[in-house]
Structure formats: structure tokens, C-alpha cells
Design a protein around this ligand. Structure first.
Ligand SMILES: Cc1ncc(COP(=O)(O)O)c(C=O)c1O
Length: 557
């Protein structure tokens, strides 16, 4: 019934999402729902053009240029010396060239299965190994239940059109082309940031339309519900208050005001040197003297030992920690240092919605936390938005009123609420992508990523990797751009002159490169990004003039 309904007329994806999810929930193997979605496409086309004018090709797995997929994955595993993990399944395969030949020779309308034959994935791995002159290490896993629909019987088409290219030749050609990186991994570039799509687009559209129509554009029902949901998820007790804002930058301004008040002339703010420009810009705009402090070489977050040392200076009136890229700052130790000195701790938690410290959501560890809901974060308030957590009695709207025009709009609250309801799922998807990156990339010589402290959870707004100097971050980024993988040097150097040396931050500014990361990405996307990185690294010769210096913790006398 649901399938018939979905296939009744062409619909844009965001209108059919809910229906498709219900349909998929009825099929734990996902194989039949996949086959039915293909059938639905045929039905739609038949209605549109009529059966007498329609030729349908039911393709087996296509192997060849632009079709990286299973052969490409096996090639990368073989080249990296990793085991080829294969399921115990059998699939039909055909070359790109044979598909083109079938299209050009077809006798007329009708339905044609196009497959050169069926192989087990193990046979495929062996053929890939043979093509590359390597004896592959194959690890077989059981196939998902009822897996037979991947086998395509192409006999009728073969009788009509003559022989297909034998599979061992197809695989040999394709494996070698994949090794030599003949075609970009992503013909349509994959952006470094892919904003999260709505979970319930139908509801979001309806609610936003109702807000616009009724004129309820600020401080209405959806802002109320989002505030409640966030307060609950962040475990805010009665002593804290959450205010929705138009951006993370606005939230940070309010957090500083609430926790530290307006600065006295000459008052110093200690601020993590490894951060986004907005952090220091807000401090400078408010009149603070910014003193950058270096970060820990493992977590890339504010170094508590250096903070404790700087806090001996009585002009320091606030400490600003940053949950760098979504990795929580070391709140336990920063808190202790700030409490000893009697100085407020403010957290730029812009990328930390969904992160946790010591088993608790990030949001209550500092005196105030500022979150962003821009298009690049785990939750997007339709492109922009934020939230600030402050003490319940914080004066923000006395005269002068800092809250004026800084509130989130209702349409943004509608979009953000939709995603906050599935925040755990969104972060879990990012964790899966990061897991692929870690497994595939951290074995490359000199590559290193952020460490997450035991008990903490990274929200993974970005996943950045240190690219060793002898390889060259810019050279790698340029090669990846050719592969259709967009990257970003992250974070960039902020525009504040450092008082002393910042060796860890300086290294990160030279070496850290953010790869695509989004809850919209699949593990297959992540795997292809990792393959593009591995291929690019293979094609780049290390620079001889560079000496690699491992990051070391600053020694405090
Ligand atoms: C660390 C940090 N602080 C502040 C901001 C500013 O947030 P918004 O863009 O929502 O103003 C960002 C946004 O990327 C950020 O990463």
C-alpha cells in the first residue's frame, strides 16, 4: 500500500521522506525495499512515457570508470595491506562499456537484465589481488538474511547481443584504473560542510508556513519548545537559564556579559589560541584585551597548566575556553584553576551541541556556555541560530538591554527543534564517519587527529587531521580538490598578535586540514574520502627539505 502511494506520482525527496522511512522500517534487510523503489521508478516512467516507448535496463553492479564502489574499495584495502572484508554474498556484475554497448544495440522497447555473470565477493577480491599482483588477505563475514536479489540473470540480453566482456578481464582493467586514480573519486564535489537536512521536512515546512502566515515570528510556541528540549537535554538545573539567540556569536557576547560583566579598561581575557575568528572578535568588540593561550597537543583545547600560570596576573578577568571543532575543553581542570583565582570561566561551545564532558552534556561546566546552530553545526536553525546558558539570575535585559534583537526567530526555532529531537542520531552518524576516517587514515605516516579525553564525547562538527609537513597540507588539499573532495585549513590563525610563543597552535595552523564531515554523509562516502586521501598521499612525493617535528607539550618551569 505504502509503495503504491509513494509511486503514484513523482515527488521531491523532502515530501516523500517520511513515507519512505515507514516503508523501509517494514523490511529489516533493506534489500526488498531497495528493489521495490527501483520498480516504483519503472512504474512512474511507464506512466509518463507509455510502455511502448520505454526501454528499461536492470543493471547488475556496474564496474569501470566512474564506478568506484566495491572494486575500488577492495583495491584500496589490497594496496594499504589491510584485510579485504567481504560478505558471503553473490552479485551480478557488468562493465561500463557493455552497458554502453547494450544501449547502442538495443532492438527496441522492453525490459532487459544486463549482467555479465555472477560472482561471490570473495572471487572478486581474489581477482582484484591477481590484477594487482598481491595475494589478498580475505576476511569473510556472513551475508545479511535473504540476500538473493543482488543476482541478475542477464541470459536473455546476452542471447540478443552476443557475449559480454568476461568478468576477470573487466575486474583486471577496473582494478588497475582504480589504482592509477584515472577518474576523480567524487565527480560531483563533496563539500567540507554539508548542512544537516530536516528530519521531518513535511512538519518543518508546515510549521514555518504557519509562523509566517500568522505573524508569530519571535518568542512563540516553537521557541518555547526548543528552549525546554535543550534545557532538558543539557541537564540544566533550576540554577541555569537558556536563552535562544540569532547566532553563536550573539550567544558568546551574552555569555561574556552574564559571567564577567562589561570589562574594566585594560581587563585581560585569556582565550584559547586555537579557535574560530568569532571568539576573539567578540572579545575585542566588547573591549577586552585578548591574550591568547596555547592548547594541549592531544585534544587541541585550552591547556589548563598554561591557564593556571597566566591566572597569576591580576588583570586577567575572564578565561574563555573553546570546545575546538566539537571536542570538549578540559573543564574539570580549567574550573579548578579559575575557582582558585576567583575568575569566571566562559565556554565558547559553538560546535559542542551533542558533546559531553565527564559523562554529562557540555553546557553546565563553565559559568556560561555559548552554542551555535549555524548551517555548519550538528543542529542548524535553518542556517543560523544559537543558544546561551547563563546563571538563572543573570541580568541580560536590564538597561541597556542586551537581548534586544538578539533572539532566535520562530522559523529558525522550528528547524532547530526538528533536529534537536534526533540530536543523538545526528552525532552518532558523525561518529560513524569519524570512525572510518580514524581506521583508514591514522595509519598513514605522520597523520594525527584530535584525542578525546576518557569520559568525554566529541560532537564532531569537524574532523581535522594533521598533515605532516613533508607531505604538505596545501599540496594534499589541491590533490583532494582534483578528486572532488573539498577540504578546509581549520582553524585559521585569529587576528590577535600573540604575547608569547604558541608552538602547538602554530603547528595546527600549518598542518590541520578539515575533511568533509556531516550527518548527511554515509560511511560509504567516508570510505571514498579516505580512499581519495590514500590515493593522493601515494601520488605525492614527500618534500625532502622538511624535517618533521612531533608535537610536544610545553614544559612549564
Ligand atoms: C568556535 C566558534 N565560535 C563561534 C562561532 C560563531 O558562531 P555563529 O556562526 O553561529 O555566529 C563559531 C562558528 O563557526 C565557532 O566555530
Amino acid at each position: 500500500m505504502l509503495a503504491c502511494e509513494a509511486a503514484r506520482e513523482p515527488v521531491v525527496p523532502h515530501r516523500s521522506l517520511q513515507l519512505c522511512e515507514q516503508l523501509a522500517d517494514h523490511d529489516p534487510t533493506r534489500r526488498w525495499v531497495y528493489a521495490m523503489s527501483k520498480l516504483a521508478q519503472e512504474v512512474i516512467l511507464e506512466r509518463a512515457v507509455g510502455g511502448e516507448r520505454l526501454t528499461v535496463l536492470r543493471l547488475a553492479n556496474v564496474v569501470g570508470d566512474g564506478q568506484h564502489r566495491v572494486v575500488g574499495r577492495l583495491v584500496e584495502a589490497v594496496l594499504a595491506g589491510r584485510p579485504c572484508e567481504v560478505t558471503r554474498s553473490v552479485r551480478g556484475f557488468v562493465s561500463v562499456e557493455d552497458v554502453a554497448r547494450v544501449v547502442s544495440l538495443l532492438p527496441g522497447p522492453g525490459l532487459f537484465n544486463v549482467s555479465a555473470g555472477c560472482w561471490s565477493i570473495r572471487e572478486l577480491a581474489l581477482a582484484v589481488g591477481a590484477a594487482l599482483g598481491v595475494d589478498p588477505d580475505i576476511v569473510e563475514r556472513p551475508a545479511p538474511a535473504d540476500d538473493s536479489c543482488g543476482q541478475v540473470d542477464g541470459e536473455r540480453t546476452r542471447r540478443l547481443l552476443g557475449t559480454f566482456e568476461p568478468l576477470d578481464e573487466v575486474v583486471r582493467r577496473c582494478a588497475r584504473a582504480s589504482r592509477d586514480a584515472a577518474v576523480p573519486m567524487f565527480p560531483l564535489p563533496l563539500q567540507v560542510v554539508v548542512p544537516p537536512r530536516p528530519n521531518r521536512p513535511d512538519l518543518v515546512t508546515e510549521r514555518i508556513a504557519a509562523c509566517l502566515w500568522s505573524g508569530s515570528l519571535r518568542g512563540g510556541r516553537w521557541s518555547g519548545e526548543l528552549t525546554e528540549q535543550l534545557a532538558e537535554r543539557l541537564h540544566l538545573g533550576p540554577g541555569r537559564r537558556l536563552v535562544l539567540t540569532s547566532s553563536g556569536t550573539t550567544a558568546l557576547r551574552l555569555a561574556l556579559l552574564a559571567a564577567a560583566g562589561p570589562p574594566e579598561p585594560g581587563a585581560v581575557a585569556l582565550c584559547s589560541a586555537y579557535t574560530f575568528h568569532a571568539t576573539t572578535e567578540v572579545l575585542l568588540q566588547m573591549g577586552w584585551t585578548v591574550r591568547l593561550v596555547d592548547v594541549d597537543p592531544w585534544t587541541w583545547t585550552l591547556d589548563p597548566d598554561l591557564v593556571a600560570m597566566e591566572l597569576e596576573d591580576p588583570s586577567v578577568s575572564v578565561v574563555v575556553a573553546v570546545d575546538a571543532l566539537g571536542n570538549p575543553a578540559d573543564y574539570t581542570r580549567l574550573r579548578a584553576a579559575c575557582d582558585t583565582a576567583g575568575v569566571p570561566l566562559v565556554a565558547d561551545s559553538a560546535p559542542a551541541l551533542g558533546a559531553w564532558h565527564d559523562g554529562l552534556p557540555v553546557g553546565t561546566q563553565a559559568d556560561a556556555h555559548a552554542f551555535s546552530m549555524s548551517f555548519a553545526k550538528t543542529v542548524s536553525g535553518a542556517g543560523s541560530g544559537g543558544a546561551v546558558v547563563v546563571a538563572a539570575d543573570a541580568q541580560l535585559d536590564a538597561s541597556p538591554n542586551w537581548l534586544r534583537s538578539s533572539a532566535m526567530t520562530e522559523p529558525s526555532a522550528v528547524a532547530a527543534l526538528d533536529q534537536v529531537m534526533v540530536l543523538e542520531r545526528l552525532v552518532a552518524r558523525r561518529q560513524e564517519v569519524a570512525q572510518v576516517y580514524r581506521e583508514r587514515l591514522l595509519g598513514l605516516p605522520g597523520f594525527a587527529a584530535q584525542h578525546v579525553r576518557p569520559g568525554d564525547g566529541h560532537a564532531l562538527v569537524h574532523w581535522a587531521v594533521r598533515v605532516p609537513g613533508q607531505l604538505g597540507r596545501e599540496r594534499l588539499a589541491a590533490r583532494l580538490a582534483d578528486e572532488g573532495v573539498r577540504t578546509k585549513p581549520y582553524y585559521d590563525r585569529v587576528a590577535v598578535a600573540p604575547v608569547g610563543p604558541l608552538p602547538i597552535t602554530a603547528t595546527l595552523h600549518r598542518e590541520a586540514l578539515a575533511l568533509p564531515m556531516s550527518s548527511e554523509m554515509s560511511t560509504d562516502d567516508a570510505d571514498r574520502v579516505a580512499t581519495a586521501v590514500a590515493r593522493s598521499v601515494r601520488s605525492l612525493h614527500p618534500r625532502r627539505d622538511h624535517v618533521h617535528v612531533p608535537l610536544q607539550r610545553t614544559v612549564i618551569a
